[in-house]
Design a protein. Structure first.
Ligand code: HEC
Ligand code: HEC
Ligand code: HEC
Lengths: 280, 152
């Protein structure tokens, strides 16, 4: 890089830009008196030198929305999920509550996903586990991946693990899936010919136009995005990033996105579950 | 009469045919030691248009990655690539053209900067963009002409 010097001495206008870039000022995420770790210790053979939650890269205003459950717009969906939780449906005519008791019976589940599922013959994401239960136990029609019901329920179940360290199982049959996800992560794609790693590993901390690039971690999903005006799933975000580089995105729930999810989770082990987080 | 009409039709074909042949296709671009010395259109680009393509999110979107003082009216400038003030001094026109067409020929395979005039060797390009370049030959020339104006 020949011109790094002029980048540094870019004058007033440029220093305005770089102030925005150091929004990561080490602020602490405290919700309802509970401090939630937004960094994690880095294991030896990890591709990153530091592991940092996406929350740390957002502006102070966006960060604040996530620090107060009354301000957090995702909590409208959480209330909706609490209604769904109590609503009987399907052939069993039973509600989630009838069989599972309180939602907090799922404490810890979010932190372990995706998790190998023998019957499915693949790693199960939270969406897949919920739908499997709706179909086989409740006897009702499964929800669409990106439906208001699924987003709300994944947010409610995820919330039960908020503050717990992400601790997905990585051995056994998971190994191959994680490896497949890793391949996808480092493969350049699309008309712009850019891989996930080019942005989220080589350039996190830098501004890409108006966006402060994070490590692309998934510990806060589903996230409420102000731009979407709603919650969105991990796979929706993956699709959005593929669209940005003009690549043909994989489908939500596809084996490719399941593998990619497992791999991205493996890059953020030890971060706290932050569901439901808020993004711009 | 008929014969004349035919001759005119043939002449028109020839003219439009040669206009297309005058544009270097993405697969035919000749790199000479990390430069592309010859204009892709055979003509000089328009720097005023180039300045527009530079910020346009659907075209160059150069500003996504590069800061540029000359565009201080634009609010957000990227930090992925170097600051571009003075590239008109640092690089020759042929070098600038090579950088815009396919920067991998200049910076190496590892660069994140997209190739703006290339269709081959890409992976999973969205159907809508398959076989297309990000910029047209004319737009490449406009941007090259614009970059040449960025002097310290
Ligand atoms: C008729 C009873 C019944 C109903 C109704 C029901 N479930 Fe289940 N669900 C089960 C059983 C049984 C299992 C498998 C045993 C277990 O893991 O608890 C299960 C498993 C699950 C799992 C996977 C847990 C794990 O650790 O693998 C999730 C998530 C789940 N259910 C969510 C829901 C949700 C959300 C609803 C409401 C939309 C619901 N279930 C409705 C009986 C039910
Ligand atoms: C051209 C750069 C670019 C590429 C390539 C890219 N992303 Fe992103 N991604 C972004 C931007 C910009 C954002 C929003 C700001 C941020 O969190 O980084 C984002 C956000 C994300 C987020 C949300 C993070 C959070 O905390 O909310 C995830 C997850 C993500 N990307 C995963 C991926 C994956 C997986 C790939 C590869 C398929 C990918 N990205 C490719 C630019 C990119
Ligand atoms: C995805 C980010 C990205 C985009 C978009 C991008 N560039 Fe670059 N560009 C870079 C990077 C990074 C470098 C530095 C070369 C390297 O080390 O990879 C660079 C280098 C350059 C250089 C050489 C600068 C110097 O001082 O050596 C020029 C000129 C340039 N780009 C012009 C453009 C133009 C014109 C566009 C739009 C048509 C553009 N770039 C779009 C990332 C980008």
């Amino acid at each position: 890089m020949k011109r790094t010097v002029s980048l540094l001495v870019g004058g007033l206008f440029c220093s305005a830009i770089s102030t925005a870039a150091i929004a990561d000022d080490g602020r602490e995420l405290v919700i309802d008196g509970q401090t939630i770790a937004t960094t994690a210790p880095v294991p030896d053979d990890h591709p990153l030198d530091e592991i940092i939650s996406g929350w740390r890269f957002r502006s102070a205003e966006t960060q604040a929305l996530q620090m107060d459950d009354f301000e957090n717009p995702a909590f409208v969906a959480i209330e909706y999920a609490e209604e769904l939780w109590e609503t009987p449906a399907g052939a069993s005519n039973q509600s989630c509550a009838d069989c599972h008791g309180d939602a907090d019976s799922f404490t810890g589940l979010r932190a372990k996903l995706p998790r190998w599922n023998e019957e499915m013959g693949k790693p199960a994401t939270l969406e897949m586990l919920i739908n499997a239960s709706i179909e086989t136990h409740q006897g009702a029609k499964p929800w669409k991946w990106e439906s208001a019901e699924m987003l709300a329920m994944t947010a409610l179940i995820g919330l039960q693990s908020r503050g717990m360290a992400v601790a997905m199982e990585t051995d056994g049959p998971m190994t191959d899936w994680i490896k497949k996800g890793e391949e996808l992560y480092y493969t350049r794609i699309g008309q712009l010919d850019i891989a996930c790693a080019n942005c989220h590993e080589d350039n996190y901390g830098n501004m890409i136009r108006a966006d402060h690039l994070s490590q692309g971690q998934v510990n806060g999903f589903p996230v409420y995005r102000l731009k979407w005006g709603s919650l969105g799933s991990i796979h929706r975000r993956f699709k959005g990033c593929m669209d940005q580089v003009r690549a043909e995105p994989y489908k939500r729930g596809s084996d490719e996105f399941i593998a990619l999810e497992a791999y991205v989770v493996s890059r953020g082990m030890g971060l706290s579950v932050e569901t439901p987080s808020v993004r711009n | 009469m008929k014969a004349i009409a035919k001759t005119i039709a043939a002449a028109t074909l020839l003219i439009s045919g040669s206009a297309v042949a005058g544009v270097v296709a993405p697969g035919n671009v000749q790199f000479v030691e990390a430069t592309v010395p010859v204009s892709l259109t055979g003509m000089a680009g328009d720097p005023a248009k180039g300045r527009k393509w530079f910020t346009n999110r659907k075209l160059g979107n150069c500003l996504a990655c590069h800061a540029n003082d000359d565009l201080s009216e634009e609010q957000f400038h990227g930090e992925i690539g170097p600051y571009l003030q003075g590239v008109g001094d640092t690089y020759s026109e042929g070098e600038l053209r090579a950088i815009v067409i396919n920067s991998k020929e200049v910076f190496g395979e590892m660069t994140i900067m997209p190739a703006f005039y290339k269709t081959e060797g890409l992976n999973r390009v969205a159907r809508k963009f398959a076989g297309k370049t990000i910029l047209s030959a004319e737009q490449v020339e406009d941007i090259v002409a614009y970059l040449a104006t960025l002097k310290e």
